[in-house]
Design a protein around this ligand. Structure first.
Ligand code: AMP
Length: 307
């Protein structure tokens, strides 16, 4: 099984209470593919600029991530600057420069066409929809977005939501998208926009899945997965994308999508999110082992098991 992911491959400058860094390799597709690479084959569709050096390519190569679909263009890579100084749970965006993403026309390598899974990581919804349409043979489509696109590109985003099996967004984005402050009503209003299921991420408090009438099992009830209480969160950047990578990667590694698999996938999402935030940037996600992942999964189990 393999996942094709489209999303930002970027450079980030980030400030957190634990420190800061300048123009480090990041982006939604980068965090997602690193996290998912511990579970399944991953192929990336994106564009980078002339600042994307061999050392950055090596990060993908070390995890056997297929980057044939990462185009090199003249100019600079996507750049994002954010701060967590006032709220560790939510980034304050200081700067977003689309750069080479501004005129990106995604080309899907022929070798990607047999991917069963497609993940539309955070990027312009026009590009997400284009990639979705260019991959008619995929079996399961997941997606993510953020306030930037919900506020200013809503119509385009709605055209993506109608194609999704699973949408993964956080609490604030759910309420913003639904234009409803009640978390349950907001979740159902989002499901009414098209996604068959919705995973709402609650930052340090875990995530909840909601299912629409067309979802994988009839009358599936919501399911809540925990997050791991960590003593120190160094850098929350990429937690959501790493959650999505662990979640979707685990789904893609399983022979069948059952309710139990969906639930376990939410735990693996939490596991990968918790690793991501322990170090700055993508550092921790670059050097994990499967044994460390399984140990932490066991911790998540202990945290919530009653008997
Ligand atoms: P998150 O998992 O939500 O913390 O995602 C963090 C990543 O999203 C960062 O590495 C950024 O480079 C990337 N990012 C920030 N803003 C955008 C945007 N408007 N579109 C796509 N990617 C973004």
């Amino acid at each position: 099984m393999s996942i094709t992911v489209v999303g930002s491959v970027a450079f980030d400058s980030v400030q957190t209470p634990s420190g800061s860094y300048d123009r480090q390799l990041a982006g939604a597709a980068t965090y997602f593919s690193l996290a998912a690479s511990y579970f399944t084959d991953v192929r990336v569709v994106a564009v980078v600029g002339e600042d994307f050096a061999p050392e950055h390519q090596a990060v993908f190569d070390a995890r056997n991530i297929d980057t044939q679909g990462v185009e090199r263009a003249a100019g600079k890579s996507f750049f994002w600057a954010g701060s967590y100084l006032t709220n560790l749970n939510e980034a304050k965006t200081l700067q977003t420069d689309l750069n080479v993403f501004a005129d990106f026309a995604p080309k899907i390598p022929e070798a990607y066409q047999n991917s069963e899974f497609l993940f539309l990581a955070n990027i312009d919804p026009v590009l997400q929809r284009r990639v979705r349409d260019a991959m008619p043979r995929v079996k399961l489509v997941g997606g993510d977005t953020m306030n930037y696109w919900i506020n200013d590109h809503r119509e385009n985003l709605l055209r993506v939501l109608e194609t999704l099996d699973i949408l993964l967004i956080n609490d604030t984005e759910t309420k913003l998208l639904a234009q409803n402050p009640n978390p349950i009503k907001a979740a159902h209003a989002v499901l009414d926009l098209g996604p068959k299921s919705l995973v709402v991420k609650h930052g340090e408090y875990g995530a909840t899945a909601f299912f629409g009438a067309q979802a994988f099992t009839s009358a599936a009830r919501p399911f809540r997965a925990p997050a791991l209480p960590l003593v120190e969160v160094m850098d929350p950047t990429g937690a959501g994308d790493s959650f999505a990578g662990g979640f979707f990667g685990y789904l893609a590694s399983q022979p069948e999508l059952t309710p139990a698999v969906y639930r376990r996938a939410m735990f693996y999402g939490g596991v990968m999110g918790s690793f991501a935030v322990e170090r700055f940037g993508t550092e921790r996600l670059q050097s994990l082992t499967r044994a460390e992942i399984e140990d932490r999964f066991a911790l998540f189990r202990e945290l919530t098991h009653l008997d």
